[in-house]
Design a protein around this ligand. Sequence first.
Ligand code: ADP
Ligand code: MG
Length: 402
Amino acid sequence: MTELNPLFETLAAEFEARHGSRPAGFWSAPGRVNLIGEHTDYNEGFVLPFAIDRRAVVALAGAAPDAPAFARVSSTFSDQIVELALADLAPDALADWSAYPLGVAWALAEHVSATSGTEARRALPGFALHIHSDVPIGAGLSSSAAIECAAAVALNEFWQLGLTPAELARVGQIAENQAVGAPTGIMDQSASMLGRIDAAVFLDCRSMNAESVPLGLDAEDLEILVIDTRVSHDHATGGYAERRASCERAAAEMGVGSLRELSVADLPRLQQRLDDETFRRARHVITENDRVEQAVRLLETEGPLAIGALLDASHVSMRDDFEISVPELDLAVEVAQEGGAVGARMTGGGFGGSALALIRRPQRPALEAAVLEAFVARGYRRPDLFVVQPSAGATMKGDLDD
Ligand code: ADP
Ligand code: MG
């Protein structure tokens, strides 16, 4: 936690200005980049994300004595302070950015009701919570999971609930699905909760088994460059929900509970039974699951240089079969590949957001220049380029003098 110390001081001052007291502690959770395995999580498949070195930090204290049963949330992201009686926490009562942290509080309170009864829920003390995050919003790096998971670890400790990191990931997902209304899977919160330094989280979204897979980037002098196209996406509406519905339709028509139950060998049968579009949606998911498993095997046996072709193939599948790319993402990937990247693909839910390129460290200046130049030439908005380090997941309480 030592590297966060100067931030704690800033945060304590921000907290005090908004809530009138000193925070009792600080908790943090990172954003994530998905190395490979896109739109597979809600199909009960495989994903391989890693937590990044950009985090949401939450400062929290018990509620003021004159409003003991209230939740009060603030963020550097907004001037608004949102206050609500704990008894009134419900998905319908929440809106905008505060639905993320208050949705987490609601989901945890529901958990308390379910496990210990409504009396225990009523006894939960109020709190004030302030968010300070450097995860860029809407860039496909899951700023949403970062704030959910930071709020979840903070409240888990404040309310002494003793939930495990995997259970807190699920709480974050429930908040996002039900309080925010975005039908996203468990990947983002799992990466944010379970990430480790220089490793990815290999998650089986059916069994929920999670394994840490060392990436070994430093040993090969590799790094992961993120190209944020700054084309914004919106998961709560539109394409994401439509893709999810196509996958569910494909599974139902094939008589299986989820696309996870099908393999590459089943594809000819799918092609006969499904319309062309639904078939291509399903093919993306089925081949992507296969690529994730291959990537894990290759990382374990040969190291990160071996996964480049899988990253490239994943992009083609998202562009042509799942149709969730946009011209800016395609351009970023093409230029990275032409510039000698080991592999490149769009990452995140799609329709905007970021691409990632696995590159050799010395390549970076030339590659960045080539991407910027190509975007100018096409008249696209200037993208944001930055390197991300596979980092540790959510942290428990840190004190000012840690
Ligand atoms: P992303 O890909 O970044 O997760 P989402 O649309 O899922 O994009 O989530 C972004 C939303 O999360 C923002 O619009 C805002 O409501 C909320 N959010 C992200 N970061 C913060 C923050 N620091 N403070 C408050 N709300 C935030
Ligand atoms: Mg999100």
